[in-house]
Design a protein around this ligand. Structure first.
Ligand code: 5AD
Ligand code: SF4
Length: 476
């Protein structure tokens, strides 16, 4: 008899990829996916610990399983991912209906752990070692992931995929849980990366996004040969069928000239760079232990500007970090105006147990102040995004069509082939336009007629204009 799996994923792209792997391993055992908790034999929650809010939401969802678990004690409930690694055993106490807790490095054990629960052994725990709980080799091994198992049906779309090139993080920013939840930084062997990319391309994948917490710090040493991200991009660029290559998330200090040259010279590589700045104040950056100054970041922006035509840079910010004054915040505002990011993700500082920030610094900015700074920075960023998007009016851009837009999915008339589609430009701008659902996966020329802060609106250039397209200048 087939079994049913309900899986919910929050957090970053790493988690999305991890869920894909877990689904693949369970499908091999005959599981099917369901969106309905009542129907499920196994319910898995892939969790994030980066901010307290995400954890609270997960605990509240787990709390809501009480009735279901009372009626159907045979259903298996699992918590996986970063919160599993961080809270470990204590999850069983806080959420008594949980049967298994599995860290990001132990996901390959899930089928076996489910079996054990079904055999009557409750409270199965499998997590990686802490950063001081063994030799580096042992710690590294305990956080390794298992990427060869891919399940095309779990990908964001059939023609887009994530590919992990690095796990863990060694930067130890004082606010961040990731070095403890995902363990030491480890680059994957290049051959494995190329093999996986080739398989993805054969499966029809046109866009690959390389993943790593500090993806541009990627390094793999084999004897005398050191492979860096720029080398990988050159290698991946040769794979037939692949049309777009992206990589996230970048660390400002490692945005080398070599890498930027690769971005410039390889047409498949998107000129889109997500490089979190976090704060525009040197005092705050120092307290965050980010390892760079505002001057370093400015120099990096100048390097990008001079090297990569048509570049788009996006960023992350934390407002209200320990000791952040009005003057510090103002410096962040000024830098956002100066750098003109394509977009920014802005977060209120959330103290995380186990980090250096929680141990050594006081979370002393009141919530109202964090909220005000968040709103203010967001408004400034939105105005910049809108202004820069307006520059696209009248221009034609190449869009990789992802599928029906959210609005079209809501309206959902399955019989109508013509509907609102959404896709992205090479520099990661979202474009909405009318088209045929069969066009999903194609790269189409779209002329932009309207623009807001987050979206460009356009219409597909029709066949009659193909000569004009060929003569058109590349998108900048
Ligand atoms: N509080 C708030 N935001 C955080 N981030 C990471 N840790 C925290 C925290 N403790 C943000 C950073 C990072 C993004 C993924 O989440 O901006 O770049
Ligand atoms: Fe969340 Fe960070 Fe873990 Fe991703 S790596 S799930 S962002 S805590």
């Amino acid at each position: 008899m087939t079994k049913r799996l309900y899986i919910e994923t929050v957090g970053c792209q790493m988690n999305v990829l991890d869920s894909e792997m877990v689904v693949a391993s369970l499908r091999k055992l005959g599981y099917e996916l369901t969106m309905d908790q009542e129907q499920a034999d196994t319910l898995l929650f892939n969790t994030c610990s980066v901010r307290e809010h995400a954890e609270e939401k997960t605990y509240s969802q787990l709390g809501q399983l009480k009735r279901l678990k009372k009626q159907h004690p045979e259903k298996v409930v699992g918590v996986m991912g970063c919160m599993a690694q961080k809270d470990q055993q204590s999850i069983f106490a806080r959420a008594p209906y949980v049967d298994l807790v599995v860290g990001p490095g132990q996901l390959q054990q899930i089928p076996e752990l489910i079996q054990r629960v079904e055999d009557g052994e409750r409270n199965q725990l499998a997590v990686g070692l802490g950063r001081k709980d063994g030799s580096l080799a042992e710690i590294k091994r305990s956080h390794e992931t298992f990427d060869p198992l891919r399940d095309p049906s779990m990908r964001p779309t059939p023609f887009q995929a994530y590919l992990r090139i690095q796990i863990g993080c060694d930067k130890f920013c004082t606010y961040c849980v990731v070095p403890s939840t995902r363990g030491p930084e480890q680059g994957r062997p290049p051959q494995q990366i190329y093999d996986e990319a080739r398989i993805l391309a054969e499966q029809g994948c046109k866009e690959i996004t390389l993943l790593g917490q500090t993806v541009n710090s990627y390094k793999f040493v084999d004897g005398d040969t050191t492979t860096r991200l720029a080398d990988l991009l050159h290698g991946l660029h040769k794979i037939d069928g692949l049309e777009r290559l992206k990589f996230v998330t970048n660390y400002p200090k490692d945005m080398t000239y070599d890498l930027l040259q690769a971005v410039r010279d390889l047409p498949k590589v998107s000129p889109y760079l997500h490089v979190p700045l976090q704060s525009g104040s040197d005092r705050v950056l120092e307290r965050m232990k980010r390892g760079y100054t505002v001057a370093d970041y400015r120099a990096m922006m100048a390097r990008i500007r001079e090297t990569v035509p048509g570049y788009a840079v996006s960023s992350d910010f934390i407002v209200g970090f320990c000791g952040e004054t009005e003057d510090d915040f103002q410096q962040t505002v000024d830098l956002v105006k100066e750098c003109r990011f394509k977009n920014s993700f802005i977060f209120k500082y959330s103290e995380r147990p186990g980090t250096k920030g929680a141990e050594r610094l006081k979370d002393d900015v009141p919530l109202e102040v964090k909220q005000r700074r968040n709103n203010e920075l967001l408004a400034i960023q939105s105005a910049i995004s809108e202004e820069d998007n307006q520059a696209f009016l009248g221009r034609t851009v190449d869009v990789l069509v992802e599928g029906p837009s959210k609005r079209a999915i809501k309206k959902s008339n399955q019989d109508d082939p013509v509907l609102q589609l959404t896709g992205r430009t090479h520099c990661d701008r979202i474009v909405v336009f009318e088209g045929n659902r069969r066009q999903a996966g194609e790269i189409l020329p779209v002329t932009i007629y309207d623009a807001t802060a987050h979206t460009l609106f356009g219409s597909v250039v029709t066949q009659a204009f193909t000569l004009q397209i060929a003569a058109r200048k590349p998108e900048l």
